[in-house]
Design a protein around this ligand. Structure first.
Ligand code: SF4
Length: 207
């Protein structure tokens, strides 16, 4: 797809989603925004998204990537998985699974912002191995802010047991209702901040 067409697709989709959001909550001051008030943030991200889409198409043309095909012969994009780790059902979607020239697979997460989670890539690694019995030794991020890939993260030493341990602890915490509040900078990006007692008590300097 040429860059102009991809940018148009993004613009149409973004506008449709924003309009649907405005129907649900017309007051943009109540929208979660970063840095700018709601309305200005919507416009800023529209421009930013267009720039990031164009940069992605340019990057993809200069760096051809082979997307892995699943046994069902489907390209591994937004690849759904459901695996059991330590007795906990874990499901998710992997943005892309790349097939390296040596045949090994590499989960890739596409990031528009800067927040990165190594654990997320570890989960994808273990999920791919478990669901498809394939070799996964590396993982990486496409970073739209930089218009390129992160360095590859080594995954060969990651085991199912290590990843399962964290899900088991998380699951036990959820079942015990153990949710210690940690108000701070991240409250600005929190999906439930509008209903959070702890945020509202500290909102003077957090909002
Ligand atoms: S708003 Fe509340 S739930 Fe959200 S991050 Fe802050 S303290 Fe945690």
């Amino acid at each position: 797809m040429p860059a102009d067409q991809a940018v148009q697709l993004f613009s149409d989709r973004y506008s449709a989603l924003v309009n649907a959001g405005l129907e649900r909550e017309p007051d943009t001051d109540r929208w979660l925004a970063a840095g700018l008030p709601g309305g200005a943030d919507i416009e800023r991200r529209y421009r930013l998204g267009q720039d990031q889409v164009r940069a992605y198409v340019d990057w993809a043309e200069a760096h051809p990537t082979e997307t892995w095909k699943t046994p069902e012969d489907k390209p591994a994009l937004e690849l759904y998985f459901l695996v059991e780790l330590g007795g906990v059902n874990v499901r998710g979607y992997i943005d892309q699974v790349v097939q390296d020239p040596d045949g090994a697979l590499r989960p890739r997460d596409w990031k528009t912002g800067t927040t990165k989670s190594r654990f997320q890539l570890e989960v994808y690694t273990v999920a791919l191995r478990k669901a498809y019995d394939v070799e996964v030794n590396k993982a990486d991020w496409y970073l739209a802010k930089n218009g390129g890939l992160s360095r590859p993260l080594k995954m060969d030493a990651i085991t199912e047991e290590q990843v399962a341990e964290r899900f088991v602890a998380m699951d036990a915490g959820v079942k015990a209702g153990d949710f210690p509040p940690q108000p701070g900078f991240q409250c600005r990006f929190c999906d439930v901040s509008h209903a959070c007692f702890f945020k509202s008590n500290l909102s003077g300097n957090l909002k």
